[in-house]
Design a binder for this molecule. Structure first.
Ligand code: 13P
Ligand code: SF4
Length: 331
């Protein structure tokens, strides 16, 4: 049965209990569901592990499950396959891409590296396996600062593909870096003017921002960090009200952790839902069920490419500070 007929059954008044069906399939197939905080709340609620890019990569590497259902975007599921090739890695919708990965095609990155042969290439995990394979080390928003600080100071650095994260890291570390000109369509859409308006309307609210946001938004932020960092901030600080400048679905976990606090999604410039990632939104609960049931779509990779992409990922894990535990989900 395809997605269309599943939806027909639901609208015909015989709803399939997708939550129960997914739990049942997970048990029968010895599968684990890993999900990013930007996924739809229903998907977050069926996940076994929730996390940021680093925590999910770590969880994918260590899982003993036979099947990994990766609820995130393609580069994240591909990373899981690179780190744990003996598991079957499924992605509910393989078209779930990322503007940062799209902004940095493999051949153009190869030319960038060739033009700067003496540079050390630090590459954000939001990129394809082809780009990872040509990098010296991968980083995420959780470990980028620490990794850059470990690179010998006489070595020039190329940072790709997020120019906003790159500029933020230059400011943080004082380390000059040559930046690739890519960006995230979600984080660059926030309206500075509307955020200023929200700050005046809620003077006690703290502005929390992901470092993929543009510089003027970051300049207003009270805290800048990865999705895990932002989540940790709301539960460990006494403040009661927060303006959240990252993808809005993360507020689902914030409300679970701190039901008495107030969370306001930072608005985008356009009158639309541009603070929702359209790529993450391609995954739905129905597609999670179908991919578990059918064992596809599956991430399949050329072994040579996988091994080349593995080196810089393993270097990242070696250079990363101790793990912030991923959220055990479905509380
Ligand atoms: P995190 O690693 O902070 O979860 O970021 C992932 C991402 O895609 C941000 O847009
Ligand atoms: Fe990529 Fe931005 Fe979506 Fe994150 S929010 S997956 S960086 S497009």
């Amino acid at each position: 049965m395809g997605l269309g007929s599943l939806l027909e059954r639901r609208t015909a008044g015989t709803p399939l209990d997708l939550f129960g069906a997914i739990d049942d399939l997970k048990r029968r197939k010895n599968a684990v569901i890993l999900a990013h905080y930007y996924q739809d709340p229903d998907i977050q609620d069926v996940a076994d592990v929730l996390g940021d890019s680093l925590a999910l990569a770590r969880a994918a590497k260590k899982t003993a499950a036979d099947v990994i259902v990766f609820c995130g975007v393609h580069f994240m599921a591909e990373t899981a396959k690179i780190l744990n090739p003996d598991r079957q890695v499924l992605i509910p919708d393989p078209a779930a891409g990322c503007s940062l990965a799209d902004d940095c095609p493999g051949p153009a990155f190869e030319a960038f590296r060739k033009a700067h042969p003496d540079h050390y290439a630090v590459t954000y995990i939001n990129c394809t396996a082809e780009v990872k394979a040509q990098s010296d080390v991968i980083c995420t928003s959780s470990n980028a600062e620490s990794i850059i600080r470990q690179i010998p100071s006489n070595r020039p650095i190329l940072f790709s593909p997020d120019r906003n994260l790159g500029r933020y890291l230059i400011r943080k570390t004082g380390r000059p870096m040559l930046l690739w000109d890519g960006s995230c369509i979600v984080h660059e859409a926030f309206s500075l003017q509307k955020i200023r308006g929200l700050k005046s309307a809620h003077p006690g609210a703290k502005l929390l921002a992901h470092p993929e946001c543009e510089e003027p938004v970051l300049a207003l932020a009270d805290y800048i960090g990865s999705t895990t960092g932002i989540l940790k901030y709301v539960s460990t600080h006494a403040d009661r009200s927060f303006i959240v400048a990252t993808e809005t679905h993360i507020i689902h976990q914030m409300k679970k952790a701190c039901p008495d606090k107030e969370f306001i999604a930072a608005p985008s410039a356009a009158d639309c839902n541009c603070n929702l990632c359209p790529h993450m939104a391609l995954n739905t609960l129905e597609k999670v069920y179908l991919c578990l049931r059918d064992g596809r779509p599956e991430i399949v990779m050329d072994e040579g490419l996988r091994l080349r992409a593995l080196n810089p990922l393993e270097r990242m894990l070696e250079m990363s500070p101790a793990a912030v535990p991923a959220t055990a989900a479905a509380a």
